[in-house]
Ligand binder design. Structure first.
Ligand SMILES: C[S@@+](CC[C@H](N)C(=O)[O-])C[C@H]1O[C@@H](n2cnc3c(N)ncnc32)[C@H](O)[C@@H]1O
Length: 398
């Protein structure tokens, strides 16, 4: 592998992660279970795709009739514009086609459209896709693709990880329905969390705690195997290297799981019967000093008998039933739900090194009696604090 290819393949913001058919099928079927007509008569746009080999295009083309689609549009991004060009191959569909243009192939995006049985074989499928070059490179933000966005009813894709904020803003501007793959951390972004809080968007059906695996070009696969730990950044399935990413789906389309209330136990029963090996007596059900809330370290430990504010892990969004809970905020400074802010703090690392910081304000702070030996802690005016992970602030609905 050349140095340049290697450097590209190791970029943390690597965008060439391709969604597996199985993940798409499982997610879409859950929306259909809730409303079998959700796609009927609709135009679906799949931007940021590579329609020749994308599983999104494959799924929606093959199921065009079952879904009752009116029109399927899929667009790709020009090779020259992609940040990572390795592994890209011209498809036979393009090179064997009369409209193949060697002057456009690398610099123009492509559009694939499906409206019905154009091949005349009596069924609608991938063979009926009509394609052409776009005028521009297929950037989702281009005027051309933005027009397609405006024409569509539902937008489905796995957008480039590096441009998630921009992509999200682009989609929200059009006020369309969508189903998107994204990193779980996106839920805590200031552009996205307020929409989750206001029930304008929510997490899809696939649980946040279940791995999503992606196909990757071979140089990324080689980079992962050489440099990363199996099980952490990649897995090998049937001898194929699949990239692992902490991803889930975000949507504004209804599905049944979000209306299933969580089964809860009392605080006392949780303390007695919880099965968490790392149940931490020091911090569980402690008072979070700067958010005036109860710290609940596991989603399945949310107590049935607590009526006040609670701070819970972000994976709560997986189980969030808006009829059961309300989301009040997030333990992030930008959200502004803290009831107090601390002056500059002394941070003491596990090895005893000290520094002056302000980051205790960007998370939940728990007062501890003694300086802990096994975790980072903070000192403010002779009081010792530890900080919780980013948490969502919730309250049970009456
Ligand atoms: C995470 S991949 C997903 C591809 C495909 N949707 C799938 O899931 O199999 C995102 C794709 O978006 C492309 N991309 C990057 N920047 C883009 C942009 N500004 N506009 C459109 N596509 C872009 C990348 O080259 C990459 O192929």
């Amino acid at each position: 592998m050349s140095n340049k290819t290697f450097k590209n393949a190791k970029d943390a913001k690597y965008d060439e992660y391709y969604t597996q058919y199985y993940d798409i099928e499982r997610e879409i079927e859950a929306y259909l279970d809730y409303n079998p007509n959700i796609f009927r008569g609709k135009t679906v746009l799949l931007p940021c795709d590579d329609p020749e080999w994308s599983n999104f295009t494959r799924y929606f083309a093959q199921n065009f009739e079952m879904l009752g689609l009116k029109k399927l549009i899929s667009t790709s991004y020009a090779l020259e514009s992609k940040k990572y060009k390795g592994g890209y191959q011209l498809s036979f569909l393009e090179t064997n086609s009369p409209q193949f243009d060697k002057n456009k192939t690398n610099t123009h995006g492509k559009i694939f459209v499906l409206t019905g049985d154009s091949s005349g074989d009596g069924r609608v499928d991938l063979d009926d896709l009509q394609w052409d070059y776009l005028e521009e490179d297929g950037d989702f933000n281009s005027e051309e693709v933005t027009k397609l966005r405006d024409e569509a009813d539902i937008i489905v894709t796995n957008p480039p990880f590096s441009l998630y904020r921009e992509f999200f803003a682009w989609i929200m501007k059009a006020n369309k329905q969508f189903i998107l793959v994204a990193n779980k951390n996106c839920a805590t972004y200031k552009e996205i969390f307020p929409l989750i809080k206001d029930n304008k968007i929510w997490v899809g059906v696939q649980p946040m705690g279940v791995d999503m695996l992606f196909d990757v070009p071979k140089e990324r696969a080689a980079y992962l195997v050489e440099n990363e730990k199996e099980g952490s950044k990649y897995r090998i399935v049937d001898n194929v290297v699949k990239a692992r990413s902490t991803s889930c789906w975000f949507t504004n389309i209804e599905h049944g799981r979000r209306h299933e209330p969580l089964q809860l136990m009392t605080m006392e029963d949780n303390i007695r019967f919880n099965r968490h090996k790392d149940w931490d007596e020091k911090h569980s059900y402690c008072h979070v000093d700067n958010f005036d809330a109860l710290e609940v370290p596991f989603v399945d430990a949310i107590p049935s008998d607590y009526e006040g504010k609670m701070t819970v892990p972000v994976t709560f969004l997986d189980k969030y039933c808006p009829e059961q809970f309300e989301i009040l905020g997030i333990t992030k400074t930008w959200f502004g739900s803290a009831v107090k802010t601390y002056p500059k703090q002394t941070q003491v690392n596990k090895n005893g090194t000290r520094s002056t910081v302000t980051k205790l304000n960007d998370g939940g702070a728990i007062i501890v009696k003694e300086p802990p030996h096994d975790e980072i802690y903070y000192i403010v005016n002779d009081t010792y604090y530890v900080q919780t992970y980013p948490r969502i602030i919730i309250r049970k609905k009456q």
